[in-house]
Design a protein around this ligand. Sequence first.
Ligand code: SF4
Length: 224
Amino acid sequence: MGRHADGLFSALMGPRRRGACARTGKAGSDTARRVEAHLFDAHVFACAIAVSAEDALHENLALGPCLGLDAEALETIIGRYFTPRALACLGVPVGHAPKDEEGAILHDFLHAQARPGDEAARWLAAIIACRALRPNHLWQDLGLRDRGELNRLLATHFPALAAGNTTNMKWKKYFYRRLCEQEGFVLCTAPSCAACDDFDYCFGEETGESRLARTRRSVAHAVA
Ligand code: SF4
């Protein structure tokens, strides 16, 4: 099972990453920054697709309900960031994006916070809204290496939203708190965060092992 996520991530990122890195070294600084930003987005999409495909395989679902995207969006992403052959490596049918109400509310909220004109942000809003329903830290269920990568993703594609998290709240908590404020709800029972028994629940550390690192470790252990 883990072998599938790791293999899919490598199939998506391998050749494109090496080629792009080689070009970066010779390029001017503006071009180098654009290539680096493109590579980072490719890394983010590859991580999310890999762990979502693994969940889909494990839960006997199609990829769409686990990733938050339909086939058209996925094909566009693969065409832009990866080799078209990567579609054959998914190992699961693509299917349709999920239609649950909770995911749709968060999707609409994130979509409205996307950087104007940023197409990648529209796809990421759908992916984040879907993966935020999973039980682990958001960065883990997006397949990222650590919370720092999620910080970078949000600062790049949702800059105003990210800048508003001045107290370094856990990202899922922060999204839902902002959503409640927007709708005029108050879920917090304490007068302030400092006086609240749930402080650690909202602000505790978001550390742990990444899903792809865990996958590689279990694959290495299996072949040892
Ligand atoms: S720590 Fe308490 S008061 Fe602060 S956001 Fe969390 S639940 Fe609300």
